[in-house]
Structures are given as C-alpha cells and as structure tokens.
Design a protein around this ligand. Structure first.
Ligand code: FES
Length: 588
C-alpha cells in the first residue's frame, strides 16, 4: 500500500562542519561551552551530537487534540528513524490547533503556528525538520513555517481515523454529524439515535476520515512532494503508520546531507501537481486558501484562483470519498491503493519530473502503483464528477472571486436566482433559522456577512449555513447559501464561500439587502446581484465600517496584516524571498 522510499540518487553536498548546528556545538568558545554543557545536562554525550545533523521534530500533540492523540508515542518512532540514520533528534512541542475546540476558529491561528514553526527552526540548532501535523490547519501552518525557515523538512501526516459506526451504519466525520443533526431538527430521528451517533462517529485517534480539510491538505502536501510516497493515506492506527514515522526520521537525515530544502521541491510545477490531485480527490474548499498561501510563500506570486479554475475544468473527480463521493471513506481509499494509485491514474495531468523529498521525481514515486477497487478510485472514463471538485465564480458580488463545490450539492442550484435573506452575524442567523415562521422559501438565498478573514474574525467555518427548520420539515435538504466564511471540508450543499473582498472591509456583500435578487450560474462561473449600479453606488457611499474586532494582542496584529481569501490569508509581512538565508540569529 505504501512505498518504502527508494534510495535517493542525490549527492551528499554537506560536510559536518557545514551544518547549522555546528555553529552552536563546534566552536571552542564560551557560548558553545554553554550549548554543550547544557546538552550534557540532559544526559547526552558528545557522541550523540558530534558531526550529526540535529533534527527538530515539530510535534503538534496536546491533550486537547484527539486527531493527534497518537503523536505522543509516534514521535518515538520518528526519533528511532533519526537515530538509525545517524542524526540527533530533538522534539519541539508546537501549538496543536485542535479544530473542534479552538474558538472562534483555528484559522485565526494558522499563521501563529506558521510563525512558531519558522522561529523555532530559525532560533535553535536545527539542521532539518520533521513536521508532525494533520488536523486541518496544522499541515499548512507547519509547511508555511518550514518554507520560510528554509532548512530541509519533511511532513509527517497524522493519518485518518477509522470509519465511524452506529447501528451497523458507517459514519463519516463531520458529514454525518451535519446530516443527522438536520434529521434531529426535522424530527426524523430521536435523541437516543443522536446519542448513538455521538458515541460512534469517532472511533480511533487520527484525523477526520472523510475527504475533509485534513485529508485534502495531507494529500496536497504529498502531491507537492513534501511527504514520503503514500504517507497521507495510511490510517492512524495501522501499523504502516509507525513504520512510515521511522521512515520520515531516516529520510530527513539524508535530506540534510543532500541540502534538499523546500525551495528545491516547491516549484511552480509542484504547486500545479497539488491542484490536480486536489481536484481528483474531490477536495475541501479550504484547499484554495491554504495552497494559495503555500505557493505564494514559496515565491510563486502569480499563483491564484485561476490555477484552480483551469484544473477544475480539466481534472475529473475520481476519488469516491465522501462528501464529494457517495459511499466511501479514507480507510476504503487506503485499501483501494491510496494516493499513489490515484496519482498514477491522473499521471497525464501531473508534471512527473517534479522533485520530491525522496530525492526522486513524482513519476518515480508513483511508478507501479495499482488500484484495487475501481469504485473507490474510479477510472478517468468513469468519474464521480466529470469536472473538478471546485468552481471559482466572479461577478459584481465577488470581484476577486468566491468558490462553490458543485460535486457536493444539489445540481438544481447550479443555475439559480432568488431573493436574498440577509444576516449580519451568525448568532442572529442561527436563532432565526429555528423560527418556523421565518419568511423563507426553498428559492431564497441565505446570506451571511461579516464572517470573512477580518470580520469573522479568522473566517470561521460557518459557510454551510444551517437550513431553516421550516424548509427541513417541508423535506428540503439544500438551498443556495452565500457568505464570506469558509466551510468545513466535510460539509456539503449549495454554499458559495470565500466571497472576496469580504463584507467587513466594504466588499459588495456588505451592500446586499433582504429581497435583492442574487443570481448564480456555475457553468458560466458567474455570481451577480441584480441591483442597478447607481443604487449600489448609493449604498456604498452610505456604508460605514463596523467597529474593530480587537483592541490589542495577537488578534489586533492579525487584523492589521491578514490578507484576503483570494490571496491565501497569509500575513503581509511573511512573504518569503528564497536565496541566501536572511535573519539568521546571531548566536554570540
Ligand atoms: Fe482534526 Fe477534523 S477535527 S481533522
């Protein structure tokens, strides 16, 4: 199922005296005396570090992140691999970003982890890094930090949890929570049923096992060339997983000697490969934001929404994994051959010459991969969705773009026009949708604003706006919904997301009024408000900005520097320029 990495053909270009860590441990001076004596204080001897690459293992374990529960033990497997290959492992705890627990949203803190990762690597004697992540924001955050730190790095994915189970039914993370919550609100299941779902949906450690943001991003990072081949598909409890952990530990030591940095792997072609894989997997809409940030941080300033739009028209969805797929989950995907098999199947859409952390090309890494279940990983001629997973829309409502997931919605809303029902905040919306007297029909367009990068703040995953109870009881399960928020990758429905620029900074979404007609045409990739331009100009002149969200602290800094969704929501001051290392710490 997973390939042992083939031996690297890259030459060793570094000598022990070239290591970053030699600056800490090598000199016969007062400061280095301190570094050596304090390492000895921890029980190590000179034999442990002399002439060896120091490998920083960034571990996002915590007691409040169930997706990374196994990292506490798994890090020992990574260390085992580092030691086998002649490195010196040091574990560096990093913020865990638990998706289900952090408020208002982990997205507020993605860039904080990115900065923490970068600064830990930069400020410590780290020659190479293993990035232990998986839960939604941790993968992109660690990678962003590693890109800017510039040392050789390899991503270690947490792996998906096992399938959920309730009364003999398979349950999928997120997707079935949303589904059965709506059934409970519609009165078609009981409180006892709901408790059964609660007890059965998360059966093991590991990340969400639908094609949510975690599985999307770990697949993308592998497609970028930053993980061992096949790593991202392995379920967390499978014994392949600790073996892969040790493999990461062994490989990163050699990567240091080869000076195989992220800059050498994350080419424009690698980013295009990641987009193609994302589309074929039926990816989470969050893929756009994170991959835009990663590509731009890697120096590809021109990488944008149009790269996704192009790929979405060319690459069919062949990964039959919920919520874009109908039946299967990540465990099934692994048994069917996993990411290598999927990449082999879309080989024609990939640049197979792209270099990866194995020191070999994408083409070499996927060679010989086979599909063992054609219903889970479909042939190109029998996709589950002919066009890609996502569509980028533009128009007078979203001049800089927005996104919808046609593969996971009722197709009747692909072309639709209906009256807007507008809410300025999520709390008011949540209360209103439970009012069975709400003036809403199945043709209405639910609109939420002030939920973007600054307005949310942090662009929370509110974009799958809850269906009005009145419509649920009438048997409706989808309607057109519109916001500047994101939505969970496990969500589904006719939800237009990431409207940019956001309403909080005066984007056109701020001008919509209840009753205005919103018109969407997904095949034509358009979204418009049927309101005359002179009327919109009047509303724009009368608009006043909402009060600031933060007066101090990290939130204040976030508000000052966060970019919009179509730019990847990175901080403006974190732009990376590859080249000679800048900002290296003065250690004396
Ligand atoms: Fe961690 Fe879904 S909550 S991956």
């Amino acid at each position: 199922m997973t390939a042992q990495p083939p031996s690297s053909p890259l030459p060793r270009v570094k000598a022990p005296e070239d290591l970053r860590s030699a600056r800490w441990y090598g000199p016969a001076d007062f400061r280095s005396f301190g570094h050596r004596s304090r390492t000895m204080q921890m029980g190590y001897s000179e034999e442990d570090w002399r002439g060896k690459p120091v490998i920083g293992i960034l571990n996002t374990w915590s007691d409040i992140n169930p997706c990374h529960q196994h990292f506490r033990q798994r890090v020992e497997d990574v260390k085992r691999g580092v030691l086998q290959a002649g490195g010196f492992p040091i574990e560096l705890p990093a913020i865990a970003l638990p998706e289900n627990f952090m408020k208002p949203t982990t997205m507020l803190y993605r860039n904080l982890l990115a900065m923490e990762a970068e600064e830990q690597i930069r400020s410590l004697p780290v020659d190479g890094a293993v990035l232990m992540g998986g839960c939604d924001k941790t993968g992109p955050a660690l990678l962003l930090g590693a890109i800017s730190a510039g040392v050789p790095s390899i991503f270690f994915p947490a792996g998906p949890m096992l399938r959920g189970n309730w009364n003999g039914k398979v349950l999928g993370s997120g997707s079935d929570s949303f589904k059965y919550w709506e059934e409970l609100r519609a009165g078609t299941i009981t409180d006892v049923d709901w408790l059964g779902v609660e007890q059965g949906i998360a059966r093991s450690h590991g990340t969400c096992m639908t094609m949510g943001t975690a599985s999307t991003m770990t697949a993308i990072i592998e497609a970028l060339g930053m993980s061992l081949p096949g790593a991202s598909s392995i379920p967390a409890p499978d014994s392949n997983h600790p073996r892969m952990a040790a493999g990461c530990g062994r490989r990163i030591v050699d990567m240091v000697w080869e000076d195989l940095t992220p800059a050498r792997v994350l080419t424009r072609e690698a980013c295009s490969n990641a987009v193609a894989v994302a589309m074929a997997m039926g990816c989470s809409t969050n893929a756009l934001i994170h991959l835009l940030a990663i590509a731009r941080r890697a120096g590809h300033a021109g990488f944008g929404l149009d790269d996704f739009e192009r790929a979405s028209r060319e690459v069919p969805v062949i990964g039959n994994v919920r919520p874009s797929g109908t039946t299967y989950l990540m465990e099934d995907f692994f048994y069917a051959g996993g990411i290598r098999a999927l990449m082999e199947r879309i080989r024609g859409h990939l640049d197979t010459e792209a270099l990866t952390v194995t020191g070999r090309t994408v083409g070499e890494n996927i060679a010989g991969a086979r599909v063992f279940n054609d219903d889970v990983i479909r042939p190109l001629e029998n996709p589950i969705y002919k066009e890609g997973a996502l569509a980028v829309l533009r128009g007078n409502l979203a001049p800089e773009g927005c996104v919808i997931k046609p593969s996971a919605m009722d197709p009747r809303f692909l072309k639709h026009a209906g009256p807007a029902l507008v809410f300025d905040d999520y709390v008011t919306l949540k209360t209103a949708v439970d009012d069975e007297g709400l003036d809403v029909t199945a043709d209405s367009v639910l609109v939420l604003r002030n939920a973007g990068p600054q307005g949310g703040p942090g662009m929370p995953e509110w974009g799958m706006l809850p269906m009005p109870k009145k419509l649920l009881k009438q048997g409706h399960r989808d309607m057109l919904r519109l916001s500047d928020a994101r939505m969970s990758g496990t969500s589904y429905g006719a939800c237009v997301l990431h409207v940019s620029p956001e309403s909080y900074v005066g984007g056109p979404l701020a001008l919509v009024r209840t009753g205005d007609v919103v018109e969407i045409d997904v095949p034509a990739r358009s979204i418009n408000l049927r309101v005359p331009e002179d009327e919109l100009a009047r509303r724009r002149a009368a608009w006043t900005p909402p009060p600031p969200r933060f007066g101090r602290g990290y939130g204040w800094m976030f508000s000052q520097h966060i970019r919009q969704a179509h730019e990847g929501c990175d901080f403006d001051f974190l732009k990376t320029e590859f080249g000679p290392a800048v900002g290296e710490p003065l250690i004396h």
